[in-house]
Ligand binder design. Structure first.
Ligand code: F0G
Length: 458
């Protein structure tokens, strides 16, 4: 049941087909290059794109813009302590800023960092420090046909084999990403986090949780892990985070804000040194330790958002809305990864376009056609985004929080069903120009279709 209503509206429009064709051409068939006013339903990301509450806007008006000792920072500290159980935080402008602060303080050249699956900015920050990121997902995590309650889990045995090979001295940290964004947004159980805690104690590593989507993960834990059937989402989140030594938060996700982030560091003598190093690094890259690149009003919005994220009224509706879209797409004959994750529905473009080889970017074919058919913007997460990674060709439809209504999502279902109907005729794509770093090519490369699209003017 939806426990909120709209108080402010933003106009959107569906450009006509001719305009969409022209916009896609002008964008080099890369939807990152589209102007947002040419997009009707924007499912590119759930990051910073949600709607804030009246309570958040009210808090923003009272944001304390002091450079040092901002009262809004004190409010954020209190929220991080109450909601996440971290009494020491280092603020940053967004999640990747927090990653730079933490991994820059933890990782040395030659180190190895295991993660259930590195999100792309996490991977880049480990590499930037001279470290080697190693993914340790559980069996089936990257298989669109697999099913399971906690496919986001970290495979401790896989990581143990890595540690046996390189030596524990070279593994300063183990990271678990809640939910696992790079593996279809699947959740991680509390039992798994407990096992990782033991593993970290065994090898002497710092246990880091990427808690960007901690509330969505906690909702799945309550739903699927019998021990927590009667718990509140707030209690599950605290329990799950209590096992970590440090955490990374992008407030653009479950902070329910448009920008912001922070590092949480356990308040214990063993982490005093890490906390000091992180603060020094933050001053260099983010800003003084009581604002970290956020305006005081942003700190205030995040402080309120964190508390709202773990209320039942918010989180149940959030996860149910994403699931509703996944189920309707499935009924409409669009192949989706099941069970549906917490922040997005992942469409199996490889299954939709069996006539296209991975090198012809079936995911990009579906992304372009979703836009062409209905002005819907999703993002390719397959061979185009992760060249040579041997991953399934998926398209992510990420749902901004508290933003779209059911009729918007019905439009997405109708659009995707139309794409599925003629998917056999979709052309593949080739890259025309790309930036030097292959890892970043999907943000800015230009592409061209290998043949005209069904129904296009060409
Ligand atoms: N960690 C995870 C798991 C993320 O999903 C993201 C961002 C970050 C860290 C970095 O946070 O964007 O605030 O710098 N994910 C967005 C997405 C961009 O679309 O999935 P950020």
């Amino acid at each position: 049941m939806r426990a909120y209503r709209a108080k402010m509206v933003e106009s959107i429009r569906l450009p006509d087909r001719e305009e969409r064709e022209a916009a896609l051409d002008a964008a080099g068939h890369n939807v990152f290059n589209l102007d947002s006013d040419a997009v009707y339903v924007d499912l590119l990301t759930d990051s910073g794109t949600g709607t804030m509450s009246d309570a958040q806007w009210a808090a923003m008006m009272q944001g304390d813009e002091a450079y040092a000792g901002s009262g809004s920072f004190t409010d954020l500290e209190a929220a991080a302590s109450d909601v996440l159980g971290f009494d020491r935080i280092v603020p940053a402008h967004q999640g990747r800023g927090a990653e730079n602060v933490l991994y820059g303080s933890l990782v040395e050249p030659g180190d190895v960092v295991p993660n259930n699956t590195h999100f792309d900015t996490t991977r880049a920050h480990v590499v930037e420090q001279g470290g080697e990121p190693v993914d340790c997902p559980v069996e089936g995590a990257l298989d669109p046909g697999a099913s399971g309650d906690f496919l986001g889990n970290f495979d401790v045995e896989r990581a143990r084999a890595v540690v046996d090979e390189v030596g524990a001295d070279r593994v300063p940290a183990v990271v678990v990403t809640l939910t696992n964004n790079s593996a279809a947004g699947q959740p991680v159980s509390v039992a798994n986090v407990r096992a990782v805690r033991e593993f970290c104690d065994e090898i002497g590593a710092t246990f880091v949780l990427d808690a960007c989507r901690f509330a969505e993960n906690a909702h799945f834990v309550r739903e699927r892990e019998p021990e927590f059937a009667d718990s509140t989402v707030a209690a599950v989140a605290r329990e799950q985070l209590s096992y970590a030594d440090a955490c990374i938060v992008s407030a653009k996700k479950d902070g329910l804000a448009n920008v912001g982030g922070f590092v949480g560091i356990r308040d214990a003598p063993a982490f005093d040194d890490l906390f000091e190093r992180a603060k020094q690094r933050a001053i260099l890259y983010e800003g003084f330790t009581t604002y970290g690149g956020m305006a005081g009003r942003d700190l205030a919005a995040v402080a309120v958002g964190l508390r709202e994220a773990v209320t039942d009224a918010y989180i149940t509706d959030r996860v149910e809305q994403v699931r509703w879209l996944g189920e309707r797409l499935d009924e409409a004959g669009v192949p989706v990864v099941r069970p549906v994750g917490g922040h997005a529905v992942y469409v199996d473009a490889g299954a939709m376009c069996p006539h296209l080889r991975s090198e012809e970017f079936p995911g990009q074919a579906v992304v372009c056609d979703l836009y062409r058919e209905g002005g819907v913007r999703g993002v390719e997460l397959g061979e185009f985004a992760f060249p040579g990674a041997d991953r399934p060709d998926l398209v992510r439809l990420a749902i901004p929080r508290r933003t779209y209504a059911r009729d918007h999502l019905e439009h997405v279902v109708e659009t995707a069903a139309a794409v599925a109907d003629h998917a056999d005729d979709l052309p593949g794509y080739e890259v025309v120009s790309e930036p030097p770093m292959a890892e970043l090519r999907h943000f800015s490369a230009d592409l061209r279709p290998l043949a005209p699209s069904p129904g296009s003017e060409e």
